[in-house]
Ligand binder design. Structure first.
Ligand SMILES: Nc1ncnc2c1ncn2[C@@H]1O[C@H](COP(=O)(O)OP(=O)(O)O)[C@@H](O)[C@H]1O
Ligand SMILES: [Mg+2]
Length: 273
C-alpha cells in the first residue's frame, strides 16, 4: 500500500500474538484519514487494545506494516518511537490521575517533564487545557474531590497537554454515568475538530461511538469483519454489525464461551467421579 499524505495511520496486513502459539490479530488492514474520528469496536478480548498498543509503538507487529504519522514503525528504533509517541495523546482505561497533585499539576506534569517552558507559561497553558474541557474552575482541586466524569475530563486535558496530532482513546466511556459519558463523547469530537487532531476511539459502546465517529471498524477475534460510516453500517444488515448495533444476545457473536461438547463434558465428569 503506497503511503498517502492524508493518512495518519495505515495498518497493512498486521498480525500479532503475545506468544507465537496464540495469534491475537490476523491480517488487519485499516486506514485513518487526517482530521477524522475513527471507532474500533468489538467485544471484550477481540484485540482492540492490542491494536492500539501497536499503533502507539508499544508492541511490534509480527507481520505486516504499521505507518503512523508518516513513519514506518517497523523501521524505528526506541528513541524515534519515543519521539513519535510525543505527538500522540493517550487516554487509557486505567489512566488514573496522580492522586497527590491538583488537577492543574496533573495537566502541567508532562509540560514540566518534556518542555523547557517557563513555569508561568506552563501554568497558563495548563489552564487553557482545563478550559478546553470546561474545568478551569476546578484547577486547584485534588483528584479525590472530583467526580468520575470530572476526573476523566482532567485526564483528557492531561492527554492533550503537549498538543498531540493523534489521539488514542481506549474505552474512554467505561465507568461513567450516561450524562458524563455523553459529555466525554462530545468533548472527544469537539477537541478533535477544534484542535485539528485525528482520533481513534476504542469502545464497545455502539450508541455513543456511532454519534461521534466518521468511520468504524468492527473487530471480531482479531479480524476486521466490517467497516464503514455509521450510517452505512446501520443500513448494511451485516449480521455481525446488526447483532452489535441492536445488542442482540444471539448472532455471529456466540452467547456461549467456547466449551467442549456438553455430552463429552458429562462423560468426562462421570469418568472422574
Ligand atoms: N499482555 C498480554 N499477554 C498475553 N496475552 C494478552 C495480553 N494482553 C492481552 N492479551 C490477550 O490478547 C487478546 C486480546 O486482548 P485485548 O487486545 O486486550 O482485547 P480487547 O481490548 O478487545 O478487550 C485476549 O485474548 C487477551 O487475553
Ligand atoms: Mg481493551
Amino acid at each position: 500500500m503506497a503511503a498517502s499524505p492524508s493518512s495518519i495511520v495505515e495498518i497493512d496486513q498486521v498480525s500479532f500474538g503475545y506468544d507465537a502459539a496464540r495469534p491475537v490479530l490476523h491480517g488487519i488492514n485499516l486506514k485513518i484519514e487526517r482530521g477524522s474520528v475513527v471507532g474500533i469496536m468489538g467485544q471484550s478480548g477481540c484485540g482492540k487494545t492490542t491494536l492500539l498498543r501497536i499503533i502507539a509503538g508499544w508492541l511490534k507487529a509480527s507481520a505486516g506494516s504499521a505507518r503512523v504519522l508518516g513513519e514506518n514503525l517497523n523501521e524505528l528504533d526506541e528513541a524515534r518511537i519515543f519521539a513519535l509517541r510525543r505527538k500522540m495523546g493517550m487516554l487509557f482505561q486505567f489512566g488514573a490521575l496522580f492522586t497527590d497533585m491538583s488537577a492543574l499539576d496533573n495537566v502541567a506534569f508532562q509540560m514540566r517533564e518534556h518542555t523547557d517552558l517557563t513555569e508561568d507559561l506552563v501554568r497558563d497553558l495548563a489552564m487553557l487545557k482545563l478550559e478546553a474541557v470546561g474545568l478551569r474552575g476546578a484547577a486547584q482541586l485534588m483528584p479525590s474531590a472530583l467526580s468520575g466524569g470530572m476526573a476523566r475530563r482532567v485526564a483528557l486535558a492531561r492527554a492533550i497537554a503537549l498538543d498531540p496530532q493523534l489521539m488514542l482513546y481506549d474505552e474512554p466511556f467505561t465507568g461513567l454515568d450516561p450524562i458524563a459519558l455523553g459529555v466525554i463523547a462530545r468533548l472527544i469530537r469537539r477537541l478533535n475538530d477544534s484542535l485539528g487532531q485525528t482520533s481513534i476511539v476504542v469502545s464497545h459502546d455502539v450508541a455513543e461511538c456511532f454519534d461521534i465517529v466518521d468511520y468504524v471498524y468492527f473487530v471480531s477475534a482479531g479480524r476486521i469483519v466490517a467497516h464503514g460510516t455509521p450510517q452505512a453500517l446501520r443500513r448494511s444488515g451485516h449480521p455481525f454489525v446488526h447483532q452489535f448495533v441492536q445488542g442482540e444476545p444471539d448472532g455471529p457473536i456466540p452467547f456461549h464461551y467456547p466449551a467442549p461438547d456438553y455430552g463429552a463434558d458429562l462423560a468426562l465428569e462421570g469418568a472422574h467421579g
